[in-house]
Design a protein around this ligand. Structure first.
Ligand code: UT7
Length: 323
C-alpha cells in the first residue's frame, strides 16, 4: 500500500500593524514610486513588540487545524521553516507545539531562508509517506523585521512579517485520489552565501546581525534557477509545466515572478500574488499566498499547484501538488 501526503487545511496570520511605503519614505531615502516600480510592494505587516515568530506560527497553525477539522491531538509532527526563531534553542517548533497543546510526535525547525517552506513541505512529505508519522503541521513563520537594518534602504523596504501553515496528512493512495504532494526539488549552492546573508550569529559574533544583500546579483540568479526548478519538478512527474492550474511563488519581487511567467509561458492570471500587501515574508510567503488562493476560491480541490522559492544560501526549489 502506498501513501500520499495530502494538504487538508491551511491557515495564515499577519500582524495587525501595517507599514506603508510612505511610512518608510519618512525613515530612509526612498519613495513609494521606487518601491512599487522595482518590487511591486505597497505595504507590509510588522509584528508588535513582544509578538514572536512562535505567536504568528501558532495563529496560522490553529487556523489550518480548524480548516482541516482536526484538533492538536491529531498532530504528530510539527516542522517550522523560519530564519527568525524565538530563541537560539529550543526550536520554534517546540515552542509552537507547547502553545498549541500538541503532546505527541516530533517537532523541529528547518532553516533554508526564503526556500524554507519548500524544504519543510518536502521533508514532511517524506516523513508521512514513509508511514512514520500520520499528520503534520508544516509552518512558515517569520519576524523578519527583527533582523532588518532600518537604515539600509536597499533591504528594509523589501521584507514583512507573517506566518502560513498547512495540515499535511498521510492518506492511502486509494483514498487520496489525485490529491497530494506529487514531487519536489531542493537545491543549494553554498558558494553564493555572500549574495544574501545575516552578518551575525551564535558562533561568529554572538549577536543576531542584520540582513545584507547584493540585490541585483540575487535578482540575476533568480529567474533562471526558479524556472529550471519548476520545469524539472513538473517534467520529472511527467507533467508539462504549462498544465498547472496555479503558480504560487515566493513573493520576493513582482519582476522576478513576471520573468518566470514569461520564461515558462504561463498565464499572468495563474499567479497567486500577495506581494503588494505583504512584501517578502521569507519562509511564510508561499503558504500565505496559497492560503489567499484557497480562501478567495481560486485554488480548488484537485487543482494542480506549483510552488517555488529562492533565498539565502543560495537555496532554491519547487514543489508540485494537487490541492
Ligand atoms: O527573498 C530572497 C531572495 N531575494 C530576492 O530575490 C531579491 C532580489 N533582488 C531584487 O528584488 C532587486 O534587486 C531589488 C528590489 C533588491 C533592487 O532592485 P534593482 O533594480 O536590482 O536595484 P539596484 O540594487 O540595482 O539599485 C538601483 C539603484 C541604486 O542607485 P544607483 O547606484 O543606481 O544610484 C540603489 O542605490 O536604486 C538605489 N536604491 C534605492 N533607491 C530608492 C536601492 N534601494 C533603494 C530604495 N529606494 N529603497
Amino acid at each position: 500500500m502506498s501513501l500520499k501526503a495530502v494538504v487538508c487545511g491551511c491557515g495564515a496570520y499577519l500582524p495587525e500593524q501595517v507599514l506603508t511605503n510612505h511610512d518608510l519614505a519618512k525613515k530612509v531615502d526612498t519613495s513609494d514610486e521606487w518601491i512599487r516600480e522595482r518590487t511591486g510592494i505597497r505595504e507590509r505587516h510588522v509584528a508588535a513588540d513582544g509578538e514572536k515568530t512562535s505567536d504568528l506560527a501558532a495563529h496560522a497553525a490553529r487556523q489550518a487545524l480548524d480548516a482541516a477539522g482536526y484538533a492538536p491531538d491529531d498532530i504528530d509532527l510539527i516542522i517550522v521553516a523560519t530564519t527568525t526563531p524565538d530563541l537560539t534553542f529550543p526550536s520554534t517548533a517546540a515552542i509552537v507545539q507547547a502553545k498549541l497543546g500538541v503532546r505527541e510526535g516530533a517537532a523541529f525547525d528547518i532553516q533554508a531562508v526564503c526556500t524554507g517552506f519548500i524544504y519543510a513541505l518536502s521533508t514532511a512529505e517524506k516523513f508521512l509517506t514513509s508511514g512514520q508519522h500520520k499528520r503534520a503541521l508544516v509552518i512558515g513563520a517569520e519576524t523578519f523585521s527583527r533582523i532588518l537594518d532600518w537604515t539600509d534602504r536597499a533591504t528594509c523596504v523589501l521584507f514583512g512579517d507573517g506566518a502560513g501553515a498547512f495540515v499535511l496528512e498521510a492518506q492511502e493512495e486509494a483514498d487520496a485520489g489525485k490529491r497530494g504532494v506529487i514531487n519536489s526539488y531542493l537545491r543549494c549552492d553554498g558558494r553564493l552565501v555572500d549574495l544574501l546573508y545575516v552578518d551575525g550569529g551564535v558562533s561568529s559574533t554572538q549577536s543576531t546581525g542584520h540582513v545584507r544583500m547584493q540585490g541585483n546579483k540575487v535578482f540575476r540568479e533568480a529567474v533562471m534557477r526558479i524556472s529550471q526548478a519548476m520545469e524539472w519538478v513538473a517534467a520529472d512527474a511527467g507533467i508539462d509545466v504549462r498544465a498547472i492550474d496555479w503558480f504560487v511563488p515566493h513573493q520576493a519581487n513582482e519582476r522576478i515572478i513576471k520573468g518566470v511567467v514569461k520564461k515558462l509561458d504561463l498565464a499572468t492570471d495563474q499567479v497567486i500574488s500577495t506581494i503588494a500587501g505583504q512584501g517578502n515574508t521569507s519562509a511564510a510567503s508561499i503558504p500565505l499566498a496559497y492560503h489567499q488562493g484557497v480562501s478567495d476560491g481560486r485554488i480548488k480541490k484537485d487543482d494542480l499547484v506549483l510552488l517555488e522559492g529562492m533565498g539565502g544560501g543560495l537555496t532554491w526549489g519547487a514543489a508540485l501538488l494537487r490541492a
